[in-house]
Design a protein around this ligand. Structure first.
Ligand SMILES: Nc1ncnc2c1ncn2[C@@H]1O[C@H](COP(=O)(O)OP(=O)(O)OP(=O)(O)O)[C@@H](O)[C@H]1O
Length: 483
């Protein structure tokens, strides 16, 4: 959607207004200060690809360079640059390691006034450490090119995967799986103060294990997230009232989030935590779940009165006025230009789920203009699906989609508490959010990795790479057929 890109190029990252002050205890949620990829990526610590990069980093005295890699073939290209499949050149121990390298021509982007977008994407990538988001292994400059080395996803994207399905749509169960993993990725981004803004099947890549990786952050915007404590009187177990200091399990077991590391406070033992209703106090007292919330049982000053307290870290009032996105996925508030925040991602989640289940987007018109009018004015409707075996599931999915595709962002599900509201919807009943990484995905790419390695029309048949090939000097510009 070029017009969007153009219209956003000069303003998209200047129009971001943050109405927040910064809470020191939560500054890590939005920290983009690092100028190089974080040396620790805990969820990748056992991975050979990460080990290979660490080994290279320790042996390369002048840092990681382009000539440490062999570019194999182009995986794809986008508005900002090209993405190449690559592998490390010299170390046979790591010859099986494949990476995706995004190469951005900084000079060309500067002319097109898109450098800022590339910078923002890089900053966001640096900060990520989540199973469903890309890991940035290394970054370096080569002449006027900026190179980002990331995880390689051999399974293609969900748009292509959908075309392979009967009637070009996923079963409701498959759509639920992909939506659930996508929600976890979005929730982490929101906690990090990133509004993604570009959810669509094309941007959801499939890893070699069949799990997803959300890619492409050049339309995202950053803001500061201010966590909020939401309290509601507790109406559960009467034993809580009689034994307030005993180990009472909270409604949901807190899980320490990947990005919180060792800083999280302990609440798993004595589950009754006294928290003064003061946000700055909360940062050191709570663990945050990967669900973007912490459930605490809190005792008020009046003895016997308990509250269920949720910590919500969602960019609720962050605002951008940029007109960015992909037409069929644009949220009404993006089109109207009134200013938008995290709720746009929940709108796009509704379109995404709809497309996966029905094989088309809900407001598509004959052309972009009609699509936009439909998004603003047309009521949501669902095509009839004859003889669906999973009708009950389908109805639950429809209910969730209807709540996501509410035109008024303030009334949209997720707009108040973020992902936690969506994860509690009936459609996701039974989903084990903490263990979804261990669930068998609907499709696992068939030995794609070796297929890639042996691909005949690749520049190099990697498995048969000769010593001469490995040693041949690297020439930069010829490889980068940019734009
Ligand atoms: N990690 C990866 N593994 C495999 N393929 C990838 C990976 N990252 C990107 N690609 C491929 O490269 C293409 C372009 O990548 P990407 O979307 O990040 O570039 P872009 O310039 O930001 O694009 P856009 O115009 O959508 O903003 C993608 O469509 C995808 O096919």
């Amino acid at each position: 959607m070029d017009s969007d890109h153009e219209s956003s190029s000069s303003s998209s990252f200047t129009a971001v207004e943050s109405r927040y002050s910064h809470f020191s205890d939560f500054s890590s949620l939005s920290s983009f200060r690092s100028s190089s990829p974080s040396p620790s990526k805990p969820h990748k610590s056992n991975q050979i690809e990460w080990e290979a990069i660490k080994s290279l980093r320790s042996s390369a005295s002048s840092g990681i360079r382009l000539d440490h890699f062999r570019l194999v073939r182009r995986l794809g290209s986008g508005d900002l640059g090209n993405v190449y499949l690559c592998q490390l050149r010299d170390d046979p121990r790591y010859s099986s390691c494949l990476y995706a390298m995004k190469v951005v021509d900084r000079e060309a982007l500067a002319v097109r006034k898109k450098l800022r977008r590339a910078e923002t994407e890089k900053e966001i990538l640096r900060s990520l450490d989540h199973p469903f988001l890309p890991t940035l292994y290394a970054e370096f400059e080569a002449h006027h090119y900026s190179c980002l080395v990331m995880e390689f996803c051999p399974g293609g994207d969900l748009y292509v995967a959908r075309q392979r399905q009967p009637e070009r749509r996923f079963t409701v169960a498959s759509a639920k799986f992909y939506a659930a993993e996508t929600i976890l990725a979005l929730e982490y981004l929101h906690m990090m103060g990133v509004v993604y803004r570009d959810l669509k099947p094309e941007n959801v890549l499939v890893r070699d294990d069949g799990h997803i990786m959300l890619s492409d952050f050049d339309l995202s915007f950053k803001c500061v997230v201010v966590p909020k404590l939401l309290r509601a009187p507790l109406t559960v177990n009467s034993s809580i009232k009689t034994t307030p200091s005993s180990c009472v399990p909270p409604p949901m077991q807190p899980v320490i989030s990947c990005f919180y590391g060792g800083r999280a406070g302990r609440i798993g033992g004595a589950h009754k935590v006294k928290v003064k209703p003061k946000l700055s106090h909360v940062g050191t007292a709570l663990a945050v779940t990967t669900g973007g919330e912490a459930n605490i049982i809190e005792e008020s000053q009046e003895v016997g009165q308990f509250f269920h307290t949720e910590l919500v870290a969602e960019p609720i009032t962050a605002r951008s006025k940029s007109f960015v996105g992909t037409h069929e996925y644009l949220a009404p508030e993006v089109i109207s230009g009134i200013g938008h925040g995290g709720a746009v991602d929940w709108w796009t989640l509704g379109v995404f789920l709809y497309e996966m289940i029905y094989g088309k987007t809900p407001f598509k018109g004959e052309n972009n203009e009609k699509t936009i009018i439909n998004i603003m004015k047309q009521q949501l409707s669902f095509p009839k699906v004859e003889g669906s075996r999973d009708m009950e599931e389908l109805l639950r999915a429809q209910d969730l989609i209807s709540k996501l595709l509410v035109k008024n962002p303030k009334k949209r599900i997720g707009s108040l508490k973020g992902s936690v509201e969506i994860k509690r919807h009936e459609f996701f009943k039974g989903v084990n959010w903490a263990l979804i990484r261990s669930v068998k995905p609907p499709e696992v790419p068939k030995d794609q990795r070796s297929a890639v390695l042996l691909k005949r029309n690749s520049k190099v048949v990697l498995s048969k790479m000769s010593k001469k090939e490995r040693d041949e000097p690297f020439q930069i510009p010829q490889y980068f057929d940019y734009f």
